[in-house]
Structures are given as C-alpha cells and as structure tokens.
Design a protein around this ligand. Sequence first.
Ligand code: PMP
Length: 305
Amino acid sequence: MTNQYKYLILDGKIIPYEEAKLHILTPAVKYGATAFEGLRAYWNKDHQQVYIFRSSEHMARLLQSGRLMGMEGVNYSVEQLNILLRELLIANEIREDVHIRPSLFVVGDGQVPARSPISLGMAVIPMERWADKMYRLCVSSWTRINDNSVSPRIKCAANYQNGRMALIQAKEDGYDGCLMLDGQGHVTEEPRGCFFMIRNGVPITSPITNDILESITRATLIELFKEYHGIQTDVREIDRTELYVADEVFLCGTGMEVTPVGSVDHFVIGAGKIGELTAAIHTDYIGLARGDDNRHSEWRMPVYS
Ligand code: PMP
C-alpha cells in the first residue's frame, strides 16, 4: 500500500507508513473488533493554519465506541489523543485539507470475547471530495441494524457491513447511495451520513434513538440552524413517503459535509436543484470548519502554534 503521507500512528507511536503491519489472526481482522473515527482537517491559507474540526468530540466518541465494545486497557484521554493527532499532522507537514482516521482495535491472538490488548492507530488520508452533484438515492431493501443487535451508536468496523451491503445494492441499481429504514419502516440514515429534509421551511432529522450514529455534523447543523437562521430543527421519526414530498433533502457527515439530494426512489426533490436552506447551511458549515467564519473557535483545533 502506498500513501502520499509518510507517517502514521500504530500502537500510539508515529512510524513510517510502510511499517504499519497487522497479523491476519488479530481479533480486529478476524471479528472486526475495531472502533474508528473519521475527522477532517481544513487548510486556511489566510491564517496559514490547519484546523481540525471538532477533534475532541470525535476522540470522545472513539473512546465511547471502545467502551461499548468492551475494550479493556485503553489508557488515552481525549487530550492525549488530540495531542497525538496534532503531532501526526505536523510530522506529515500537512498544509492542505485531509481526512484522518483514528482507530482502537483488539490485537493479540484472542478469540471472539477478547477485550485486550488494545492498539491505537491514526492515519492521514487524502480528502476525497464528494461529487459536486445532486445525489440520487433509493430506499434500501436492507433493514438498518438496531440498538439491541449491533448498535449503530457504536462506530465500529463490523457495523459497516450492514451499510456496505446496502450501498453495493444501490450502486448496482444505478443510485449514488441509499437511505436505510429501521424495523418499523422509519428513515434512519445513509450508510455514510445522517439525513435531513426540509418541509415548509423546517429542517427535520431522525432522533439519535432511531438506529443512527450520534453524528457530530448533525449536532453541529441543528445548532447552526438555530443560531444562524433562528430555526428549530424538528427531531422526530420520519416516514418513507415523507421523503417523496420533501422540499429539500440533504445528507451530512464529516466526510459528506453537506451533500444535497436530487431524488429519492426517482421522486424528484423540490426543483431537483440544491435547495435554499441546504445551500445556506452548507456555506455556514464550511465557513466554520475552515475558520473563515471565526465564531465557535472551540470547534477548531489549530495544528500549528
Ligand atoms: N452515520 C454514519 C453511518 C456514518 O458513517 C457517518 C460518518 N461518520 C455519519 C452518520 C456522520 O457522522 P459524523 O457527522 O460524526 O461524521
């Protein structure tokens, strides 16, 4: 494997990219016993600075996922993880937008219930830009995993098999992605991001008790709708047919940022173009993440001092 960034972190230490190796019999490989995160860092040319967006919230969620997965002996604090991440970006001399992938995973040669030893990894990867287009989605025929089986609240490798199957099906059928329903038929999320729709000027999104990841972007946007636009988001269960009559639909996530949706199951959303509120919240989000908008400085961790 190659990567344009020379260094990554394995077992908590910065090492050359090629030296990161893992045995095929580790529980992380055998059973998907890996908790992970996805963060973004944005280069601000005017400030000559790289800002990592909501790093502490991502690191806290990583530790929460590890705890829920029964990992033992994870001795990192959020602050220590933040420091390590900053050191990694400095080692790689990052001066551009990048994606970052930290993980906690079970190593050793244990069996299914192995809870330790735990290793920490972090890698910088090029920032994939989501296509600048209106996404065409379908509703998947696969049901979303639920909190009493494999909880979507846990961001772990094994959980992504559910969304992976749904995405493979959706792409084979010619869509860009899909929405997944829970066992009762309510809209949960896309396999890579959370869901918002706008109806009559009100943003609506599924509750965090509806088999979704507790998305940091979703929480950010709910706050921005209120603070920047004076609109309260309606957090409630969403029916399938509401998708077809929505005025605007978009997906959100650290990777997706704000991704507008043009159709669902071939029902064109609104005028089939990016909606007014979607465009506004997208601009708000990027302005804050990159630091061109200087409000909420607590959300941006500068890399260089
Ligand atoms: N749901 C799923 C299944 C995801 O993979 C992601 C991306 N991490 C999200 C939601 C969005 O979460 P966040 O805003 O914290 O990136």
